[in-house]
Design a protein around this ligand. Sequence first.
Ligand code: G6P
Ligand code: MG
Length: 222
Amino acid sequence: HIQAVLFDLDGVITDTAEYHYLAWKKLADELQVPFDRHFNEALKGLSRMDSLKKILENARPEPSFSKEKLSELADRKNEYYKELIRQISPADLLPGIHNLLEDIKERGIKTALASASKNAMFVIDRLGVASFFDEIVDAARIQHGKPDPEIFLTGARKLDADPAFCIGIEDAEAGIQAIKAAGMFAVGVGTPENMKQADFLVEGTQDLDFEKIESAFLLKNK
Ligand code: G6P
Ligand code: MG
């Protein structure tokens, strides 16, 4: 049976994926490099610096910045982002998430937050759901970002759970790849073209029904 559920944060628990987009957009406009929602899909789940590098690589000619400049730009984006998340409240939980967390808790199944965001703790606190998580993986201690499985494997290890009996929930292609590379069952929130490797796919968080996820998991592991 299922031992643990590992959650992505941005775009799964709350719509901060939109705020990340807006903050990057503001920075990209200032730098006069192209950036749009379509390109943003490829950034979802990536660390702050990996995201910045991808945006710059996409520009023609590709700007070449010193390490110091890169870190200043990443900090600037983070300041824009922090401004946007200041007002987050429990009303910003995405539909179905509170129920899902309760259903999981009631069954005695463990949960971890596996977000690449260094702002994760702040967001989870503002949303009022910190107590639902048995473990929150510290993004600052992760060496290899998604699609590497490290963050999901770290979460499972902290929970003392076998990855083969873990579920990961993600809205990003890089995240789904990380879950699969960790040997877990991947639940995707989004459209099929961004979630090719997902074991179970829903269009929106309102469709994240624990019993349905469990049935799909059991069917796959029969
Ligand atoms: C999540 C988001 C990414 C974001 C990353 C780092 O993975 O999906 O869009 O770049 O976290 O977030 P941070 O808050 O540390 O800049
Ligand atoms: Mg996400």
